[in-house]
Design a binder for this molecule. Structure first.
Ligand SMILES: NC(=O)c1ccc[n+]([C@@H]2O[C@H](COP(=O)([O-])OP(=O)(O)OC[C@H]3O[C@@H](n4cnc5c(N)ncnc54)[C@H](OP(=O)(O)O)[C@@H]3O)[C@@H](O)[C@H]2O)c1
Length: 98
């Protein structure tokens, strides 16, 4: 976000829900400025393709998405679907973005 303020960079905040990205610009130091927001599920290849197709040239991408729901439980409660969600968001998601 400092890039936006000091280098005139355009910033796009994307998230899975519509609400949280939309609320984020107002929380930035220096105000929302020219920050744009988009809704995207990082596990869905078509959504990633559309996002980057719409944006055009992108100089830097930062991925913080993680679906950790249910991850912190005893190993005897291991749920493969939960682990897949984590891998989809933390491994495949950033790979799709890259
Ligand atoms: N908090 C820590 O102590 C800690 C420590 C080490 C590393 N990290 C890492 O730092 C990052 C951020 O952590 P945090 O604590 O801010 O996590 P968080 O509060 O759980 O936020 C994770 C975000 O990822 C989004 N997300 C989940 N699945 C998604 C998907 N399929 N597509 C797009 N967005 C998705 C969530 O969106 P929704 O709002 O739609 O759920 C949420 O906004 C994560 O990668 C985490 O692993 C955190």
């Amino acid at each position: 976000m400092e890039l936006r303020q000091h280098a005139g960079a355009e910033v796009v905040i994307a998230g899975r829900s519509a609400d949280r990205p939309a609320a984020a610009p107002a929380t930035l130091t220096g105000g929302p400025g020219a920050v744009r927001t988009r809704q995207v599920d990082i596990t869905r290849e078509a959504e990633i393709e559309k996002l980057f197709g719409d944006l055009g040239r992108v100089d830097h991408a930062v991925v913080t998405a993680a679906d950790v729901r249910g991850m912190y439980s005893p190993i005897r409660s291991f749920d493969p679907a939960v682990t897949r969600s984590l891998v989809d968001t933390k491994l495949f998601g950033p790979a799709l973005v890259a």
